[in-house]
Ligand binder design. Structure first.
Ligand code: FMN
Ligand code: ADP
Length: 313
C-alpha cells in the first residue's frame, strides 16, 4: 500500500492517477463500522478493475477546529497503515487537516480531493460530512459530483441497538474495558513500539519486563494490570501487561510506562519491535509498602492471567 500525504492545494494530476474507488472518513480505530465502509470500497474496486483507496485526514479535525492539541488516536498512523494493508487497500491518501482545508467550500473539496484524485466511486458512512462547517454530506454529494463519480452510503452499524463509534470505544478504554472495546473494534486493540531500557528492577524481582516505547499520540486504556499478548517477529506469547507509574517505586512520573512480562520467555529484547494486544483488565495499579508484597501480588496476577488464556477459545 502506498501512503500519499496531501496538503491543500496538492500538485497531483488527475490524468496520471488510476481510476479509483475510495472510502472516505476519519476512521479512528477502524472499528467494525469503518471496516464495512472500507471493505465495500475494496470489493467495488476489484469488481470494476480499479484501484482502491482510503482518504483520511490528519490531525483530527478537532485540533484545528477546537484548538485541541491533546488528541490521541485509537489507531495512530502506524497501526492504521498496518490494518489497511491487511485489508488490501492500494493507497492511503492522508490529507492534512489545517485551516485552509477547513475553509474549503464543499464543491472545492470535492473538485480537489475526489474528482482531482480520479475517484470514480466514493463509499462513506451515512454521517460523513465535508467542506466548510461540514456543509457537504452524503445527501448532497451527488450534486457536487459533476457527473464524474457515483457514491454509496453505508448505514449505521450497530451492536445491541447502539451505534458502533470511536467515541464509544474511547469511553470503554477510559474505564479499562478492553474486552468490550475489542468487540466493537472487531479485532484486538494493539499498541506497538520498540523495547527500550527501564530501571533494570524487573529481573531482580523475578519478573523482567520489556518496556515499550509507544507512540505518544496512541490512546491507551486506563492504567492498570492487563492480560496481553505480544508478537515478536512471527511468534506470539501470552504476557502480564502493566501500564502506569509503578507507584511502589516512583512518586510522580508524568508519562506512563507500558511494560510486559512475557510468560515462559527468557531472551533479550532491547531494540526489538513488539506488537502488544490488549485482552483483559485485571486490576488497578497499587502502591505497596515493600517489594515482597508487590511480588506476591504479581504472582497472583500471573495465575489469573494464565487461567484467563487457558480458557480463551
Ligand atoms: C503483572 C505486573 C503487575 C504490576 N503491578 C504493579 C503495582 O501494582 N504497583 C507497582 O508499583 N508496580 C507494579 N508493576 C510494575 C513493576 O513495579 C515494574 O515492572 C518493576 O518496577 C520493573 O520496572 P523496570 O522494567 O523499569 O525495571 C507491575 C508489573 C507487572 C509485570
Ligand atoms: N520473560 C521476559 N519478559 C520480558 N522481558 C524479558 C523476559 N526475559 C528476558 N527479558 C529481557 O529483560 C529485559 C527486562 O528486564 P528488566 O530488569 O525489567 O530491565 P528493564 O528495566 O531495562 O526493562 C527485557 O527488555 C528483555 O530484554
Amino acid at each position: 500500500m502506498k501512503t500519499i500525504k496531501l496538503t491543500y492545494p496538492h500538485e497531483l494530476s488527475r490524468e496520471q492517477l488510476p481510476e479509483t474507488v475510495a472510502a472516505i472518513g476519519f476512521f479512528d480505530g477502524i472499528h467494525r463500522g469503518h471496516q464495512t465502509v472500507i471493505k465495500q470500497a475494496v470489493t467495488e474496486a476489484k469488481h470494476h478493475n480499479m484501484e482502491s483507496a482510503v482518504i483520511t485526514f490528519y490531525p483530527h479535525p478537532s485540533v484545528v477546529l477546537k484548538n485541541n492539541h491533546q488528541v490521541k488516536y485509537i489507531t495512530p498512523l502506524r497501526e492504521k497503515q498496518e490494518i489497511l494493508e491487511e485489508m488490501e487497500v492500494d493507497r492511503l491518501y492522508l490529507i492534512t487537516f489545517d485551516k485552509e482545508l477547513s475553509a474549503l467550500s464543499p464543491q472545492d473539496f470535492i473538485d480537489h480531493f475526489i474528482i482531482g484524485l480520479h475517484i470514480k466511486h466514493v463509499v462513506a458512512g451515512f454521517d460523513f460530512s465535508y467542506g466548510h462547517k461540514g456543509k457537504g454530506n452524503m445527501e448532497v454529494i451527488g450534486e457536487h459530483s459533476r457527473g464524474e463519480f457515483s457514491h454509496s452510503i453505508v448505514e449505521k452499524v450497530s451492536l445491541h441497538n447502539e451505534k458502533i463509534s470511536s467515541t464509544k470505544i474511547r469511553n470503554l478504554l477510559e474505564i479499562g474495558d478492553v474486552e468490550q472495546a475489542n468487540v466493537l473494534l472487531g479485532r484486538q486493540l494493539t499498541t506497538s513500539g520498540i523495547v527500550i531500557e527501564g530501571d533494570k528492577r524487573g529481573r531482580k524481582i523475578g519478573y523482567p519486563t520489556a518496556n515499550i516505547n509507544y507512540d505518544e499520540d496512541a490512546l491507551l486504556p486506563k492504567p492498570g494490570i492487563y492480560a496481553v499478548r505480544v508478537t515478536i517477529g512471527d511468534t506470539t506469547y501470552d504476557g502480564l501487561g502493566s501500564l502506569g507509574i509503578n507507584p511502589t517505586f516512583t512518586a510522580d512520573r508524568k508519562d506512563l510506562s507500558l511494560e510486559v512480562n512475557i510468560l515462559d520467555y527468557h531472551n533479550h529484547l532491547y531494540g526489538e519491535e513488539l506488537i502488544l494486544e490488549w485482552y483483559k483488565f485485571v486490576r488497578d495499579e497499587e502502591k505497596f509498602d515493600n517489594v515482597e508484597k508487590l511480588i506476591e501480588k504479581i504472582k497472583e496476577d500471573e495465575s489469573i492471567i494464565r487461567e484467563y488464556f487457558s480458557n480463551l477459545v
